[in-house]
Ligand binder design. Sequence first.
Ligand code: F6P
Length: 341
Amino acid sequence: MRVGVLTGGGDCPGLNAVIRAVVRKGIKDYGFEFVGFRDGWRGPLEGVTMELDRAAVRGILPRGGTILGSSRTNLMKIEGGVERVKDNMAGLGIDALVAIGGEDTLGVAARLTEQGVNVVGVPKTIDNDLNATDYTFGFDTAVNIATEAIDRLHTTAESHHRALVVEVMGRHAGWIALHSGMAAGANAILIPERPFDIDEVVGWVESRFTTEYAPIIVVAEGAHPKDGQMELATGEKDSFGHVRLGGIGQRLAEEIEKRTGKESRSVVLGHVQRGGTPSAFDRVLATRLGVQAIDAVRDRDWGKMVALQGTDIVRVELSAATEKLKTVPPERYAEAEVFFG
Ligand code: F6P
C-alpha cells in the first residue's frame, strides 16, 4: 500500500514523533511505501510532496515542529477541492492518508471519509481540547514550558512587588492555563469556560499583596470578563473563521494596576509554548498514536481516529472526535479555585 502523510493546523511538539512511528512501523511490519504531503491540506490539494522513507525520519523523534510543514488551508472552502485531492492521490498512486491534526484538520478528514477517501486521523493540539481523547500530545510540553515560565516570573514579581499577568494559549478551552497555573501555584487562573468577575480578580490580587507575596494571574487568551468589555479581538480571521485573539493579558494588567495602584506587568508566552523539543510524555504518546494509526491503515479501518483513553490507545470515529470541543469541566476548575487569592 502507498500511504500519504500530512500534518495540518498549528504545529505542535510531537508531530515528528508520530511521522517517524507511522513510517517505521509501516515499512518494517507491512512493507508500505510513504509519500509526505507538504503543508497540511495544501499538499494533497496541489500535489506537493516530499520523500518519506526511513532515511527521511531518522533523528526526528526529539525535534519540534514538523518536517512536512503545516498550514491552515481549508480544503472544504476551495471550489472542487475534494476532487482535486482525489485526482492527485490517484495520480500519485496513493491508497490512503494519515492526517495528523486538530479539530479543523480532522474535521476535513471526516468530510473526506464521507466522500470515499481512505483516511485515518491522529489527534494533535497543544490546547488539549479535542473530544474523545483524554490527552493530545503537545499539551504536556506546552504546560511544562508555561510552568517553567511562571516559576521564573514568581521571583521577579516578588522582588519588585508587582502583579504579573501571564497570558497562555487557549482560544476556547483553558487546559493549558488550568494545568500550568495549578502546577506553578498561580494566584488566579482565568479560562474561557468561566467568564471572570474583575472585582473578584482584583480582590485576589490585593489579598495576595497583604501576605507579602506577589500575585501571578494566569489567563488563557480566550478568557473574558463577565460583562464582555475587556475582550480584545484583532478583527482578523483565519481560513477556518477563527478570530485572531490577543491582548487580554495586557488589558488585565492595566486594569489591575488602575484598580489596585500596584505596578502590574503582562507577559504573553505565545508561540514559545508550541516550539522546541517535545517532553518525554509527548514523545511516547505521539509514538504510540503513530504505531496504532498505521495498524488502523493496515486494517483498512477508514474514518477512524486513534485516541488515548485511560492508558490505552483506542480507535474512535473521526466524527466523534470533532463533534464538540473538550472544555474544562466546572469540577476541575473548582479544584484550582481552592488556591486563588
Ligand atoms: O494550536 C492551537 C493554538 O495554539 C491556539 O491556542 C492559538 O489560538 C492558535 O493556535 C494560534 O495559532 P496561529 O498563531 O498559528 O494562528
